[in-house]
Design a protein around this ligand. Structure first.
Ligand SMILES: [Zn+2]
Length: 186
């Protein structure tokens, strides 16, 4: 089914100045599948995992973006807001798929390539590729950057490795070597 993508300010291309002039606020909920580069990364990550996270493409992405002029001067466009989502990932400890929560606060200054040396305390510089901006690209890039390098269950209770016999065995195997090493150091 085709979605009326052009209706959303998230996916319409606009110049940053236009967005700042009208102090565009985008508050919306999308789905992971609305961000194809992100979805491709997640899909590769899940390739070897069981399928109980089959609905990961439909996981919601909560988006708030506010455009304006930084410091009230019509010089640099600022973007503030939050991007919040659950991302399907595979725990690298127990190899079980799980939902990794992402919540990123945004505080960006948009700058063209010749302006990226600009610094502003507390702000990150977002380099513009061209004169046009598709706000969805900011959301997608933010989510991709927030993906963990090594995903793992944050709490040990959820992590299957802790209760599995493999963990106990491994501890038994490694301890004698550790003891031996400490004896040799004495
Ligand atoms: Zn785990």
């Amino acid at each position: 089914m085709m979605r009326p993508a052009m209706a959303s300010p998230l996916t319409v291309r606009a110049t940053p100045a236009e967005l700042a002039d009208r102090q565009q606020v985008i508050e919306t909920e999308e789905k992971i599948e609305s961000f194809p580069r992100l979805a491709a990364i997640i899909e590769a990550e899940l390739a070897a995992a069981p399928s109980w996270l089959a609905k990961w493409r439909q996981f919601p992405v909560q988006i708030t973006l506010r455009f304006g002029w930084a410091g009230g001067r019509r010089e640099f466009v600022s973007v503030t807001g939050t991007v919040e989502a659950r991302v399907a990932a595979v725990c690298q400890r127990c190899l079980q798929p799980f939902e990794y929560p992402v919540r990123e606060g945004l505080n960006l200054l948009l700058a063209s390539p010749d302006e990226v040396s600009v610094t502003a305390p507390g702000c990150e510089i977002w380099e513009l590729d061209d004169a046009w901006l598709r706000p969805a690209d900011i959301v997608e890039e933010t989510l991709i950057m927030a993906l963990p390098l090594v995903a793992r269950h944050e709490d040990d209770k959820s992590c299957q490795l802790k209760v599995g016999p493999a963990a106990a065995e491994r501890e038994d195997v490694t301890r004698p070597f550790a003891d031996l090493r400490s004896q040799m150091q004495d």
